[in-house]
Design a binder for this molecule. Structure first.
Ligand SMILES: Cc1ncc(COP(=O)(O)O)c(C=O)c1O
Length: 424
């Protein structure tokens, strides 16, 4: 039913029906959780043979893996992961288990020290700013907030950030020092940046103030739900075309390929930036965990090996995403009061209610035993100006649980919407 054109009487009848259903759902004592953007235990088990895979042989690339050293990572691991983020083997550094840590460290290097010897620290320029495509990843925003970097939200659509808006803002303000990007299967909308968007991002350095950096978090580079998923153009290649490769820092990790808490992360950057970052990282650490890097080389082997594993992940994830999108499609497709994304990869579905209803829906779902990510989490400072975005993360619960949780969610969306429409 299109709720926007329904009569008052129709809405009142529906309200009574939905209230009864909601009371029933509350009494069912559900305990379901759609908040966690992490791999399920079944997904983690796909990589269990990482354990013991070295069989006591702690040498790779003529390096004793057990010792300190090798700040930029094992050569064999560079060969393995460079194609994942589309950079050359001498444009990648392999680190510890968390790309978020690497992003945080790079922000600190840029902000307090200057990334390269030729760069000034951002902090010396006054109140610097960052562009944040929204809805986006809360942990990116937390880094800016911690460092006192002002966040400017920009809209994100099916092809990536609104590049007209991005270019206009950057041209007008040299204190904008960077932009957060999740270019493939963006968290939470699932969009994939178009070739045109990548090309325009690559040219930003030519209109930006000093020491501008794109924090390009390619966390879901190979995380497709099907083989038809849209591809991502190489941004490093585009930057080279425009002579802007020093403005680019690419991040990624195996957190959602192997083990989220015991994988490896990587950083793609120009040779100039890599040399500078390696120097900075040398202050933080004496070298990464090369044992885990070698385990990953043995286990994944090459791009084909990664693809085989990612296909197994997709088999577990695809039905879970389908359980959400089918539930929404069946019940809300013609309602005219909400929209949601249908991602072809990644970990999230992004749902928009009518303005002003996200908090209400999330609270109602919680009362009925379905936990959703807190309202506002996908916006800088936790403030969704329209209070309408809800992030749904279906990777962990079973298909049956997701189906039930979606049923509750749909009930809450409809009821909250009708309550609002009737109150107007
Ligand atoms: C966009 C994005 N980047 C980074 C991460 C975390 O990466 P890591 O586990 O490598 O620290 C996540 C986890 O949800 C994410 O969604």
């Amino acid at each position: 039913v299109d709720l926007t054109t329904a009569s008052k009487e129709q809405l009142q009848a529906l309200q009574t029906e939905l209230e009864q259903e909601y009371t029933g759902l509350k009494q069912a004592g559900l305990n379901l959780d759609l908040t966690r953007g992490k791999p399920s235990s079944d997904q983690l088990s796909l990589s269990n043979s990482l354990d013991g895979i070295l069989q006591g042989d702690y040498t790779m690339d003529n390096i004793d893996l057990r010792n300190y050293g090798g700040l930029d990572g094992l050569p064999s691991a560079k060969t393995l992961f460079a194609p994942v983020i589309d950079v050359a083997i001498d444009e990648i550094l392999i680190g510890g288990y968390s790309s978020l840590t690497l992003m945080h460290q790079c922000m600190i290097f840029c902000h307090f020290f200057g990334l390269n010897s030729s760069d000034g620290a951002w902090a010396t320029e006054g109140k610097v700013k960052f562009l944040c495509p929204v809805p986006g990843y809360d942990r990116h925003f937390s880094i800016c907030e911690q460092l006192g970097i002002e966040m400017i939200p920009v809209a994100i659509g099916d092809t990536g950030p609104d590049m007209d808006q991005v270019e206009a803002l950057i041209k007008a303000d040299p204190l904008i020092k960077g932009i957060w990007c999740v270019p493939r299967f963006s968290n939470p909308t699932g969009c994939v940046y178009s070739d045109k968007t990548v090309d325009r991002l690559a040219q930003l350095d030519n209109i930006a103030g000093n020491n501008f950096r794109i924090f390009y978090d390619n966390a879901y580079a190979v995380h497709t739900l099907s083989d038809d998923a849209p591809k991502l153009k190489s941004i490093m290649a585009a930057c080279k075309k425009y002579g802007t490769e020093d403005s680019l820092l690419i991040f990624g990790s195996t957190s959602k390929i192997t083990f989220a808490g015991a994988g490896v992360c990587y950083l793609g950057a120009s040779k100039v930036n890599l040399a500078a970052i390696t120097k900075h990282i040398g202050i933080v650490s004496i070298g990464p965990n090369k044992v885990d890097q070698a385990r990953h080389v043995k286990f994944l082997q090459d791009s084909a090996g990664i693809k085989v594993l990612m296909d197994e992940h997709a088999k577990l994830l695809q039905p879970r995403f389908k359980a959400v999108t089918d539930g929404l499609e069946n019940e809300l497709a013609d309602s005219g009061v909400c929209e949601w994304t249908k991602p072809e990869g990644g970990y999230f579905i992004s749902f928009d209610t009518l303005p002003g209803l996200a908090k209400t829906v999330i609270n109602m779902a919680a009362e009925a035993g379905v936990k959703l990510t807190p309202a506002g989490a996908t916006f800088p400072y936790g403030r969704d100006p329209e209070d309408k975005n809800i992030r749904i993360a279906p990777s962990v619960p079973s298909v049956a649980e997701i189906t039930k949780a979606t049923e509750v969610f749909v009930n809450c969306v409809k009821l909250a919407t009708i309550n609002k429409l009737l109150a107007q």
